[in-house]
Design a protein around this ligand. Sequence first.
Ligand SMILES: Nc1ncnc2c1ncn2[C@@H]1O[C@H](COP(=O)(O)OP(=O)(O)O)[C@@H](O)[C@H]1O
Ligand SMILES: [Mg+2]
Length: 320
Amino acid sequence: MIEAKDLVRTYPGIVALQGISFEVGKSEIVGFLGPNGAGKTTAMRILTCFLPPTSGSARVAGFDCVRQSMEVRRRIGYLPESNPLHWEMRVSEYLDFRAAIKGVPARDRKRRIEESCDRCGLKERRHSIIGTLSKGFRQRVGLADAILHDPEVLILDEPTIGLDPNQMREVRILIRELGKDRTVLLSTHILSEVEKVCKRILIISRGQIVAEGTPQQISEQLMKTGRIHLEIRGDGAAVKKALDAVPGVAHVLWTQQGDLNTYIIDPKGEDPGPALLRFAVEAGWDVVEFGPERLSLDDVFTIVTDGTRLVRREREAARG
Ligand SMILES: Nc1ncnc2c1ncn2[C@@H]1O[C@H](COP(=O)(O)OP(=O)(O)O)[C@@H](O)[C@H]1O
Ligand SMILES: [Mg+2]
């Protein structure tokens, strides 16, 4: 439904997108996750025909975002990052004005506005002045606007930014609801956000896609560090000395908290796991935990969006 191919976008003195490619299938809810300045808004503005790419191409529902922008706009509902609303207008007036701009035929407008308000939980607020609404309700007005012309695709740029936790949860539920019969691409810089709403994540950093997949797949791809995590109660120094001497162990990082010792073990060549475990049992160590080192999805996000750490990790991995 959405196809971006080698999208490059430069601004004077800066390359905001360095050639990103991705696809979003029909009825998928996909999250664009990345820190501020990663290029999320730029990519979304290209998809919604507000900004031409410097090079590369984007298609929505088969139509080219540059050459067939009218066709694309008809099929896309867009909630921009700042959600610019007319604060002095009533919700229904504003939506009527927006429906006219979007070319919703006059005879359908009343019905479309009612349907959009119903779906976005605005039934009782239809006649309120926008400026008197809470931020959560204003965001609902933005979403109602996005679905006015009944588009197949929704592009939502940081839809929960600035909301309190309750409002966030409500808007999240609403997005999931709207996504049941639509394709959704949403952006956020909050990790927990995408995990809750999206089936698939594209992690974007410095204008590049650095990881892609389900939260589970991303974890599996990136959390495998090849290192072993060992926790032992007792005489830490003696264990450290013994570990250093085990064949297949390249390096041991030892940290201590009370009588609990944690060791992160870098292997040399073959997996020293089985040998280590046998060794630990024979030596009678009080093993609390033993297994592959696990990173949380949070750690992974920090690593992949922080270029220097990523490069360092790649070098470490290349060294084996
Ligand atoms: N209109 C613009 N003129 C110049 N630079 C811009 C403009 N819009 C965005 N940028 C720059 O492009 C990069 C990507 O920005 P943006 O797409 O807004 O990222 P995000 O939405 O992920 O925070 C940033 O470095 C930003 O400063
Ligand atoms: Mg942005």
